[in-house]
Design a binder for this molecule. Structure first.
Ligand SMILES: NC(=O)c1ccc[n+]([C@@H]2O[C@H](COP(=O)([O-])OP(=O)(O)OC[C@H]3O[C@@H](n4cnc5c(N)ncnc54)[C@H](O)[C@@H]3O)[C@@H](O)[C@H]2O)c1
Length: 248
């Protein structure tokens, strides 16, 4: 899948799924901007890409803050060029009983997981319109498909990401811009391992059809397809990558 000459932004590219996507898109030929709050993790991702001969920069900031997004977009354009691939991957999770979820907790979840992809897309779509070509991939969650105990705020936010994907896909389908989403299931990442309920990815996946948790690289491979030329007629799609755990 050649992405030579293209510039990709991967939010949350300092860790887990985002890092695997950044590495994969770089190996496909894209110059990659890693937008993340985590300076050392983002630097590591950039070093992994440049060490393998690719081009990458880290933009440190909150990918749900409109001013930080504008600053990261300006730096990415200046150092790498116009941005025509956006992967909205940065996200936060939470495990709380429904009645314990405060307004602040709900607002933070919706800000990062919903407003982040929304505002990053608003900042970058003008580049895609100029190019007459663009690819947006939103990382949602299988919890939006199945529901999830103790995660009403998270599942609500990810359900919004699926709806956002479809609405944006319709609005820009005639402009050469595709918008799709990948809802991961259990993927073995720091997010899963650090969760307060100590999710055991192996145990949680034991009863799924493939009997194993996902790897960040599984998600990255699907993302590589969705941003490729080959996927030019695919838009508004939810591409499950979950070992058969969810078959809608
Ligand atoms: N791991 C799973 O099983 C799983 C399942 C379903 C969905 N997802 C989704 O996949 C995405 C990646 O998850 P992961 O497991 O790799 O998590 P992770 O915690 O390993 O990585 C998330 C990255 O996002 C960054 N980030 C968080 N908030 C940010 C913000 N406001 N601005 C910029 N960067 C921010 C973090 O610093 C981190 O580097 C998330 O959207 C998550 O909801 C993960």
């Amino acid at each position: 899948m050649s992405l030579n000459g293209k510039v990709a932004v991967v939010t949350g590219g300092a860790s887990g799924i985002g890092r695997a996507i950044a590495l994969k898109l770089a190996s496909d030929g894209a110059a990659v901007a890693v937008w993340d709050l985590d300076e050392s993790g983002a630097g590591e991702t950039v070093n992994m890409i440049t060490g393998a001969g690719g081009r990458a920069i880290a933009c440190i900031g909150d990918a749900s803050d409109v001013d930080a997004i504008a600053a990261s977009a300006a730096r990415t354009r200046e150092e790498l060029g116009a941005i025509t691939i956006l992967v909205n991957n940065a996200g936060i999770t939470g495990f709380h009983a429904f009645l314990d979820i405060s307004v602040d907790m709900l607002e933070r979840m919706l800000r990062v997981n919903v407003m982040g992809p929304f505002l990053c897309s608003q900042a970058i779509i003008p580049d895609m319109l100029d190019a007459g070509w663009g690819r947006i991939v939103n990382i949602s969650s299988s919890s939006a498909q199945t529901g999830a105990m103790m995660m009403t705020h998270y599942a609500t936010s990810k359900g919004a990401v699926v709806a956002f994907t479809k609405a944006l896909a319709r609005e820009y389908a005639s402009k050469g811009i595709t918008v799709n989403n990948i809802p991961p299931g259990f993927v073995d990442t720091p997010m899963l391992r650090k969760s307060p309920v100590n999710v055991d990815a192996e145990a949680a996946s034991a009863n799924s059809p493939m009997g194993r948790p996902g790897k960040p690289e599984d998600i990255a491979a699907a993302c590589s397809y969705l941003v490729s030329e080959a996927a030019g007629y695919v838009t508004g799609h939810t591409l499950g990558v979950n070992g058969g755990r969810v078959m809608p």
